[in-house]
Design a protein around this ligand. Structure first.
Ligand code: 4NP
Length: 161
């Protein structure tokens, strides 16, 4: 069950990782595409941030962008942002990529969870692919796509209007 919308007519989902150049931007772009395909883009807003500030203003990692492009998504508009506490009040749902990111935003709550709580094929962390190879990015994409499919089904069922 998703948390109820703070305001009728809107639902804001934020994806959170460490650098906001690999995992959460991939989840952001995939969820946006799936939200649009479901006809929910007038109601659901998606963005993403990192708990660290090293990459603020940068596009996503080339390996993340390439992995998305090869799967038919366009990540070119992404620019990294850093988490701030206002995100906790501004969003209906924040989805952290791993348990460390979850701790860094204050731990789980009604509105703050792990993305893979929605993954029908597993749970726990979306592993950080930054120091690894291409396979890690493909694994991130698969986890993100599975989780976002479930999320879009749940968003479709929400009484947002
Ligand atoms: P992300 O990956 O959290 O999935 O964006 C990382 C990106 C950058 C760094 C660590 C993880 N970094 O240490 O710069």
């Amino acid at each position: 069950m998703l948390p109820t919308p703070r305001e009728p007519g809107h639902y804001r989902v934020g994806m959170v990782c460490l650098g906001n150049i690999c995992r959460s931007p991939m989840a952001d772009v995939v969820l946006r595409a799936k939200v649009a395909a479901a006809g929910l883009d007038d109601v659901v807003t998606v963005d993403s941030c990192g708990t660290g500030g090293w990459h603020v203003g940068h596009p996503m990692d080339d390996r993340a962008a390439d992995t998305l492009r090869e799967a038919g998504y366009d990540g070119s508009a992404h620019r990294a942002q850093q988490f701030a506490h206002t995100w906790l009040d501004d969003h209906d749902l924040l989805l952290a990529m791993d348990r460390s990111n979850l701790d860094d935003v204050g731990g789980p709550s009604d509105r703050v969870r792990l993305l893979r709580d929605l993954d029908p094929e597993g749970s726990g962390d979306v592993p950080d692919p930054y120091y690894g190879g291409t396979q890690g990015f493909l694994e991130v994409l698969a986890m993100v796509e599975r989780s976002c499919d479930v999320l879009v089904d749940e968003l479709t069922a929400l009484p947002v209007r």
